[in-house]
Design a protein around this ligand. Structure first.
Ligand code: FAD
Ligand code: SIN
Length: 533
């Protein structure tokens, strides 16, 4: 069955849901289709722990301080105007979320219990215990379910954006008016590919963590939106800035890696090496609360020196009541594997966590492809620069979802009808004989990225990575052209595209800045620039 909508939203995390409910309320006569490839709550958003940054307590904090902290973490590459927009609009957007019914922890005096994480000069992180994302996802989904003009299609995998290319025209990066008319979608329960036609398309498809062997991201985070947008000849930028979270629980072979929130370091937890030494002061005066790129590199260096697979996080100096009250999910998880945080150290190691680059957007989340908007982790607004400040990403998604909505309010009725769209063409394809080929290639992508394009890079490693990804690309394109589509094949193809973009960005950036560190160019270049592809 094919679908027609006014607004097509791809993704059911904070970005997609907050945009969808605003549009549905403002346009009760318009049809909104929200597509998600898994269960509707499954997303990176659901696993967010630490919270959402925002200026709430004006006695001890200010917009200027939050702006400065974001700029410092971003290591010279943030777009100042974007930082100003996001920080100054934070209070209003967070209040909307609260009005929707989202719970955040309060202190005994009734004021919000604001947490602190790396790189923040003030306590400004609203949280709901250590399960903030789950609480936000709950409140947003509840709201979306009340709106009759939103139709949710769960377990539907968006394969490709429909542009003039599908109408038989040549589309290249130089085509000035690439326009999107909807998407081809694989219903994973019927295995049929349908078209969803729409006037406006919102990409809210999240991150790329699954490109790496060890990641905090759930299995949905395969960079689909970024890859399909790039295939459609859209502009993508700064993909080399992959943020590794310093403290994921180390458990051999367990994926995704369970996160140990930075908020615990905000309460005083200490990083120790194999000898039990607190090592962070050797690396940065801010110690455990330095920005993430610095802490992750320090841990990586300690692990390499000691030949270890992890370091330790010591929470034993934090009162037991605080540990249990503020971090119940982590407390239970650790206890379940025999670690009592009150007395035992937790083994932790860095894990791929967040993509700072992505689909290039302007101040209203508009992309280089007409009618396509991008919000949330798949987008690049310029907020994060070379390294994201902790807890700024949920905030960015809220602010830009609202800005996209404002833009669509102005433009929706002026968008002309689109041309007739052909059905998906599956001729010449047959069922794949061996799925093991896909699984094997996926493993190779992850190990290539982890071994050669991780926290520390070099020219030689990047050349190796490039060669391997090129070969995987050729083999996978062959499968794509000759076999019927499956989500696994599409995800592999998307991850290869994302890997290619990360390697390309890393190879062109002849400097070390923020999250991109290369032994061949260990200093920052004088010229500070975005790399756009
Ligand atoms: P997501 O929430 O990832 O949603 C993406 C959606 O797109 C999903 O519904 C997915 O199914 C759908 N999708 C993807 N591809 C397709 C496709 N091909 N077809 C159909 N649907 C598709 N940030 C903070 O600010 N504070 C925190 O405390 C914090 N903690 C975190 C903890 C963890 C463990 C992780 C992994 C991330 C954390 N982050 C945190 C980052 C933050 O959670 C994410 O950046 C943010 O939630 C992304 O939201 P999103 O809406 O852009 O994407
Ligand atoms: C965390 O809780 O440590 C994650 C916060 C973030 O990714 O912003």
């Amino acid at each position: 069955m094919n679908y027609t909508s006014d607004i097509l939203v791809i993704g059911s995390g904070i970005a997609g849901l907050s945009f969808a409910y605003k549009c549905a309320e403002a346009f009760p006569d318009k049809k909104i289709i929200l597509i998600t490839k898994s269960d509707e709550e499954e997303s990176n958003t659901k696993y967010a722990q630490g919270g959402i940054a925002g200026v709430i307590n004006f006695d001890n904090d200010s917009y200027e301080q939050h702006i400065q902290d974001t700029l410092i973490a971003g290591d010279g590459l943030c777009r100042k105007k974007t930082v100003e927009i996001v920080v100054r609009e934070s209070t209003e957007r967070i209040q909307e979320l609260i009005a929707l019914g989202t719970n955040f922890d309060r202190k005994a005096d009734g004021n919000y219990d604001l947490g602190k994480e790396g790189g923040h000069s003030s306590n400004r992180i609203l949280h709901y215990k250590d399960a903030t994302g789950k609480e936000m996802e709950r409140a947003l989904l509840e709201k979306v379910h009340t709106l009759k003009n939103i139709e949710i299609l769960n377990h539907c995998f968006v394969v490709d954006l429909i542009t003039q290319h599908h109408l038989g025209y040549m589309v290249t990066k130089a085509t000035p008016d690439v326009t999107c008319y909807g998407a081809y979608v694989l219903d994973t329960r019927t295995n049929k590919i349908q078209k969803v036609e729409s006037k406006v398309i919102m990409l809210a498809t999240g991150g790329v963590g699954q490109a790496y062997r060890t990641t905090t991201n759930p299995s949905i985070a395969t960079g689909d939106g970024i890859a399909m947008f790039y295939r459609a000849k859209g502009r993508v930028e700064n993909m080399e800035f992959i943020q590794f979270h310093p403290t994921a629980l180390f458990q051999q072979g367990v994926t995704p890696a369970f996160l140990i929130t930075e908020a615990i370091r905000g309460k005083g937890a200490i990083l120790r090496n194999r000898k039990g030494e607190a090592f962070m002061e050797k690396y940065d005066a801010r110690k455990e609360l330095a920005p993430r790129d610095i802490v992750a590199r320090a841990i990586d260096s300690e692990m390499k020196v000691g030949g270890d697979e992890h370091v330790w996080l010591d929470c034993t100096n934090i009162e037991a009541e605080i540990l249990q009250a503020h971090f119940p999910t982590i407390f239970e998880k650790c206890l379940g594997i025999g670690i009592d945080m009150r007395v035992d150290f937790i083994p932790v190691a860095p894990a791929a966590h967040y993509s700072c680059g992505g689909i290039k957007v302007d101040d209203f989340a508009r992309t280089s492809i007409q009618r396509v908007y991008a919000v949330g982790e798949c987008s690049s607004t310029g907020l994060h620069g070379a390294n994201r400040l902790a807890s700024n990403s949920l905030l960015e998604a809220l602010v830009y979802a609202h800005r996209a909505f404002e833009d669509i309010k102005r433009s929706l009725d002026t968008i002309p009808a689109h041309p007739a769209i052909p059905e998906w063409n599956a001729s010449g394809t047959s069922t794949p004989k061996e799925l093991i080929l896909l699984t094997q290639s996926l493993k190779e992508v992850k190990s290539t990225m982890s071994d050669y394009v991780g926290i520390v890079r070099s020219n030689e490693r990047l050349v190796r990575a490039n060669r391997r990804i090129d070969l995987l690309w050729e083999e996978t394109e062959d499968l794509y052209n000759n076999t019927t589509l499956s989500p696994q094949l599409c995800e592999l193809r998307n991850l290869i595209t994302v890997a290619y973009l990360i390697i390309k960005g890393a190879s062109f950036r002849k400097e070390s800045r923020g999250l991109h560190y290369t032994t061949d160019y260990p200093s920052k270049s004088e010229v500070c620039q975005d790399l756009v592809w």
